[in-house]
Each structure stands twice: as structure tokens, then as C-alpha cells.
Design a protein around this ligand. Structure first.
Ligand SMILES: Nc1nc2c(c(=O)[nH]1)N[C@H]1C(S)=C(S)[C@@H](COP(=O)(O)O)O[C@H]1N2
Ligand SMILES: [Mo]
Length: 197
């Protein structure tokens, strides 16, 4: 009895240290979309990365996967106060996409099929911190969760993880994306509760 109690509180304590301020643990995976769900076939899917020289780097679905997928287990934190721990994802590291890209610009706008945008500092996308995710929970991403592919930037609030990703554009300034224009924080660190500004 006391053993079971100790085990339970031990798990609780571990979860608490991984729960940013103001967040609540969920076991399910809520869907949050600002508009209708785009239906994008992998045969038509394309990802472009645009730098200030006008050079477009392009990847078809097969070319993206050929860069190499990796499995990551991360916690995700939504600004609407839910957190999911130990979520299993599969995707291509942004480090792979930026391998041949030289840019003076320090910011990136993520663009989605459907028109959604999210702004991020380039350094938050590099060094193993961000992925183009193609699978979650051991299955291809469903359209409602951003399939066929979404951005995954787990160390920032989940609105930065643009679903139905179709492009990344280098920017000289930290211009506001879709939610940021409505008052969401320009950066969005869940540990500092950077929800709004
Ligand atoms: N293209 C697009 N990406 C988006 C959104 C959106 O409305 N459109 N919502 C964001 C928000 S606010 C959250 S919390 C997460 C939700 O992802 P989910 O529906 O898979 O949980 O996606 C983010 N990415
Ligand atoms: Mo969100």
C-alpha cells in the first residue's frame, strides 16, 4: 500500500517538473485549427525554402523522406493550457533542410497550405530542435493534425508548429505570423508563459 502510494507520487513529481506553469496534463490529443482542414495529397505535396537571394530550395514528398527520418519523443505544450508528455513523432530534422542554405537573415516565416503562418527565429529551428513531422503516435499524421506534414517545434508553444507546412521563408525581421498578429507572443516560450504580448 505505502509502496503503491510512493510510486504514484513519484510519477506525479516527475510529471510536475515537466509541466510548464499554467499547463494541465492531457492524455488525448485535441485538434485546434483556425480554419478548414486542407486536403493535400503527397503526390502534389511540395516544400520550398526561400532565402533572400531568391533561390528556392524544393523538396517533393519522396525527396523529403530521402533526407532521412528520425524518431523523437517530446512533450508538447498548447497555449490553451494543455500539455501532452512523451509524444512519439517521426520526421525530418530542419538541420537537413538548411544544410545547403546560406542566409544572412535570422528569422523564418513558416507557411502552410490554407494560408496559416508562424514566425520563428532561425536558431530555434536548428541544432536538433525542429522537424518536418510526418508521423505521430506511430501512424501517418492525419489531415486534422496537419498531415501529410507539419512543422514540429516542441520547445515553443504548439501554435508555432504549423500544420500542413508548405514553405519556409527567410526574413530580416521578426514579422508576426497568423496568431502573433492577433496578440500571441512573438516568441512563445512555455516555461516563461509567453502566451500574449
Ligand atoms: N496551419 C495551421 N497550423 C496550426 C494551427 C492552425 O490553425 N493552422 N493551429 C496551431 C495551434 S494554435 C495549435 S495548438 C496546434 C494544434 O495542433 P493539433 O490540432 O494537431 O493539436 O497547431 C498549430 N498549427
Ligand atoms: Mo494552440
Amino acid at each position: 500500500m505505502s509502496f503503491a502510494t510512493r510510486g504514484f507520487s513519484g510519477r506525479r513529481r516527475e510529471a510536475d517538473t515537466r509541466l510548464p506553469p499554467g499547463q494541465t496534463l492531457v492524455q488525448d490529443w485535441p485538434v485546434l485549427s483556425a480554419g478548414p482542414t486542407p486536403q493535400v495529397d503527397t503526390a502534389d505535396w511540395e516544400l520550398t525554402l526561400q532565402d533572400e537571394t531568391g533561390t528556392d530550395h524544393r523538396w517533393s514528398w519522396d525527396e523529403l523522406l530521402a533526407l532521412g527520418v528520425e524518431d523523437v519523443t517530446v512533450d508538447i505544450h498548447c497555449v490553451t493550457h494543455w500539455t501532452r508528455l512523451d509524444m512519439a513523432w517521426r520526421g525530418v530534422s530542419l538541420d537537413k533542410l538548411f544544410e545547403d542554405v546560406e542566409s544572412e537573415h535570422e528569422f523564418v516565416m513558416a507557411h502552410s497550405y490554407g494560408g496559416y503562418t508562424a514566425n520563428l527565429p532561425l536558431e530555434d529551428l536548428l541544432d536538433g530542435k525542429a522537424w518536418i513531422a510526418t508521423e505521430a503516435d506511430g501512424a501517418p499524421l492525419t489531415p486534422e493534425h496537419g498531415g501529410p506534414a507539419r512543422l514540429l517545434v516542441p520547445h515553443l508553444y504548439f501554435w508555432k508548429s504549423a500544420k500542413w507546412i508548405r514553405g519556409l521563408t527567410m526574413m530580416p525581421d521578426n514579422d508576426a505570423g497568423f496568431w502573433e498578429q492577433y496578440g500571441y507572443h512573438l516568441y512563445g516560450d512555455p516555461w516563461k508563459e509567453e502566451r500574449y504580448w
